[in-house]
Design a protein around this ligand. Structure first.
Ligand code: AN7
Length: 381
């Protein structure tokens, strides 16, 4: 159902080649995912299961740019201001709307945490059961708290996210996906919602940025955002495309490795390690889509160390007042590297996708992020 029986690849939603949509007209609607309804694959008659997702702030960076010593036009798209505190809500509003309309009893997801929190909230809103399968000990406290609060049924497995995902596959094979509908990021409907971040960036800036930097775990988001830009381009709503940059943690970098080696098979990591638990993933299911996105867009994949992540997290917080979780901080750490390597130059406009809120992972803040500030020689007053 979710995998193509012929090539065993993931399914992808193909939108009609022409569409009745104008940005001008859409702007009379509330800023958020459903402003772009005509660009989403749902019939007009369907009422979305919504909590007001999307419409997140695009914040220009100021004082933190001293760290890179260059005046560059950089924005943070702060996805932490979504209803459950991460970009996952964009996909979940679409995915759960579909689940509700096909008449299932509930939904099931494997998750490093944010998908679980989001799935639990939207399932509650829709009156569906929600089962979340989590890597034992591998999920940040804020995310578990949310899943519990929204009433999800929690199942823990030994191992990492990839093992939790295997468990969901098994469950779906057993019940045929009829009872519990799988809403992992291999599910193409969720990616349709996630592509709206591209629409919002263009909508707000009224132009296309040169580079978009995205943290990569299961690699769904970077694929979805690229799909969003490409669709705008195909409808003639924009006339250029950005470079897509994927950032991974050094100890959990299957795609960055695949990219570096220039191979066409995924370089899987059996035992991924990083402080950024959201992206502690060794076998990203969307790896091929992501590889194509980065290749087609003339972008790149890079890695950042845990120390760089913590320093970046601290820098965004103390210099900009932007509180993000470790996975999201990879974007600023990666941006700094790309400026140093001259991949990004002074004339560019860059957007960092800050995928999740700082409160998702309070333990890392309290135990680690404060101390490591000295990596950027921060003087905190
Ligand atoms: C904050 O919740 O995979 O590359 O199960 O929570 O689309 O996987 C989370 C991923 C980046 C990576 N930033 O996005 C999950 C999960 C944050 C995240 C990612 C995640 P993908």
């Amino acid at each position: 159902m979710i995998i193509c029986p012929r090539c065993r690849g993931l399914l992808e939603v193909v939108m009609p080649t022409t569409i009745n949509f104008s940005m001008e007209a859409a702007r009379t609607r509330r800023f958020g995912v459903w402003r772009y309804r005509e660009l989403l694959p749902l019939d007009d008659g369907i009422t979305p299961v919504s909590l007001g997702e999307g419409g997140t702030p695009l914040i220009s960076l100021t004082r933190s740019l001293n760290i890179v010593n260059k005046a560059i036009n950089v924005y943070v798209k702060f996805e932490g201001s979504n209803p459950t505190g991460s970009f996952k809500d964009r996909g979940m509003t679409v995915g759960v709307t579909i689940a509700k309309n096909i008449g299932v009893e509930g939904i099931i997801v494997a998750s490093t945490g944010n998908t679980a929190a989001s799935a639990a909230a939207y399932a509650a809103r829709a009156g569906l059961r929600c089962v979340v399968v989590l890597p034992k000990g591998g999920v940040a406290r804020g995310k578990i708290a949310q899943a519990l609060l929204y009433g999800a049924e929690i199942k823990e497995v030994d191992g990492v996210f990839d093992d939790a995902l295997e468990e969901v596959f098994m469950e779906v094979v057993i019940n045929g996906g009829r009872r519990l509908y799988p809403l992992n990021s291999y599910n193409p409907w969720r990616l349709e919602g996630q592509k709206t971040v591209a629409f919002e960036i263009v909508d707000e800036l009224s132009f296309v940025p040169d580079t978009v930097i995205v943290p990569v775990g299961n690699a769904g988001n970077i694929s979805a955002i690229w799909k969003g830009f490409k669709e705008l381009y195909s409808y003639g709503l924009i006339n250029k495309l950005p470079k897509m940059v994927g950032v991974q943690a050094a100890g959990a970098a299957p795609l960055a490795m695949t990219w570096k080696l220039g191979i066409d098979e995924l370089y899987a990591i059996e035992n991924p390690q990083t402080i950024a638990s959201a992206i502690k993933i060794g076998k990203p299911v969307n790896w091929l889509k992501a590889l194509r996105a980065v290749r087609e867009s003339n972008g790149t994949f890079i890695t950042v160390t845990d120390d760089e992540i913590l320093a970046a997290m601290r820098a965004l917080a103390v210099f900009e007042g932007i509180g993000v979780e470790p996975a999201s901080a990879t974007t600023f750490a990666g941006f700094k590297k790309l400026v140093e390597d001259n991949f990004i130059d002074r004339s560019e406009v860059v957007v960092l996708i800050a995928t999740g809120h700082a409160l998702k992972d309070p333990d890392t803040i309290v135990n680690k992020a404060i101390i490591r500030a000295e990596h950027y020689n921060l003087i905190v007053k």
